[in-house]
Design a protein around this ligand. Sequence first.
Ligand code: IVH
Length: 674
Amino acid sequence: MSKLTPAIQHLAELLRTELHEYNYQYYVLDKPTVPDAEYDRVFQELQKLETEYPDLLTPDSPTQRVGAAPISAFGEVVHAVPMLSLGNAFAEEDLFAFDKRVRERLKLSESDLIEYSVEPKLDGLAVNLRYENGKLVRAATRGDGATGEDITQNIRTLATVPMVLRGHEFPKILEVRGEVFISKAGFEKLNARGRDKDEKTFANPRNAAAGSLRQLDPRITATRPLEMYCYGFGEVDGAMPERHSDMLLALRQWGFRINPETSIANNAEGCWAYYQYIGQQRDKLAYDIDGVVYKVDKFEWQQQLGFVSRAPRWAIAHKYPAQEQLTILNDVEFQVGRTGALTPVARLEPVNVAGVVVSNATLHNMDEVERKDIRIGDTVIVRRAGDVIPEVASVVLERRPTTAKKIKLPKVCPVCGSEVLRVEDEAVARCTGGLFCAAQRKEAIKHFASRKALDVEGLGDKLVEQLIDAKLIEHLPDVFRLNLQQLANLERMGEKSAANLLAALDKSKQTTLPRFIYALGIREVGEATAKNLAQHYGDIETLMNASVEQLQTVNDVGPIVAQHLAHFFQQAHNRDVIKQLQNVGIHWPALQRTGTDAPLAGKTYVITGTLSSMSRDEAKAKLEALGAKVAGSVSKNTTALIAGEAAGSKLEKAESLGVPIVDEAGLLSLLVDN
Ligand code: IVH
């Protein structure tokens, strides 16, 4: 251990301030000024220092977000100012009645202006953060409003919560309140991770957030995608602004994240417009909300209005229709997908979920059915959030009837009668019928015609089913052999739309190699992989003859995808389908090859900093299309470093190794010239 000097202490302080500032730019302003690599570099420097001088370590160091040691129970925290709840409005009338009550109490007339601070109502957990002299000292859950649980160590792991306040002008004591939540994407990822590891999954983002925050082991909390938006305060010892909206701005200055949808609305009419606007955005928002909150903006008026029982008279929550409802699971059927995967689908007693009648919902796969212990006859919670397919989130076990029946995976495919196989360690069961199975053929053709594949306008799901059921087509290439009369004779199809479809089919024949590879519907080969394969091989023949080992040299192709590819191209009928598709006229322009004849073959570039004309990924793809390699770190073998704005450590390294440095203009001319 080395001796701690004031200079070292000062250096640690500098590094911490720098990291706090980077965090603020990233999470609060949403405008990082340095690349991630630079953040990592400073972080590591501080970490190294703290390892060498353990006395330097403080709980508010940015290195401490990994989580402290587990505890046996949460301590109690008595809130200095109680955490209240909100009254609810469900209909437009409730909102106007609220505004009327506010006016009456304030002795304002209908023509006086009342400004409301309006905010989305996030569906998470309310927490109180206490800062003393700018340092986070205590974080607590709402609990019963008077007493909550001490979750300080868990809150410290949230990157969106500042450990120290920014600036100097903050109150000596500051309690900030807000909602801790998990975004929709974070929830999906968390559940996917849970499924992979055969661990528990959560029914919705709120449960996931609650389960993650109330963990006795903060190291687990640290791995969960928890975020926070602040919307209010508790005890404050210091000067206060005059309005709620100004307080939110001040909170933002001090380093807290405020919901960017927060706004000001004039009178009840403005609130109503905001309710409708956020309602339209609801599906697109990154997180679940259950309503919006209107708060009288002026603190003076808030004080005059006061409280009734445990809710303020100056605020109200206006709720949206619930995204979860109870219903009965009447039956389960199995659908067969493109790759033969059998998906259990719940047939439900129809129920209105957030404005849409839901009678079918996905059960994902048999592992999910078993994990959630879902049985036919059960009362289940269906969830429909956004554009996602409705799903059965969980079962209400208390309501299980004695007649409830276990769900069984069928032994044979419900469509073609082939054997159903469930590979060990895989959640998915598959029909082994392959292209013998009409369901798989239908799905393969639907995929082939879909927008990101060959994009055949007019050849939608319904029509494909009709064509297969009428036996007008059997395999993919048959689609291109249809004639006007066959089509025009179909139900709901006139001569005009038949002619349009033939024209669309003809047009789709002119495509690109990445689209064609993607359209084949090979397992796990999405758009990005198809693009990489096309770039690497340049033509379909070379790809078809590549070995499993060779395929793995392609960007982002691992052993499993390589297996799927090789297996697909080994099948005689697949090779035959590709040949027939080329024979009916499907073609694409030749691609730049990545072999030794490519213009940038043998060159290796590294990209750093921010480019203004394209993203780093785009630059990478463009260089690779010209045959160059793009590496992650600078070495003496690097041909040149491409440095955008705010380049950090890589630039230094390139300079020290004497590697040539090219700016954005240089990159553009490199791309144009070759
Ligand atoms: S204000 C005295 N604003 O809703 C005012 N609450 O039903 C107290 N919530 O426990 C709350 N977003 O968990 C407020 N923008 C927002 C909110 C919000 C979510 C939650 C919070 C609170 C509950 C009240």
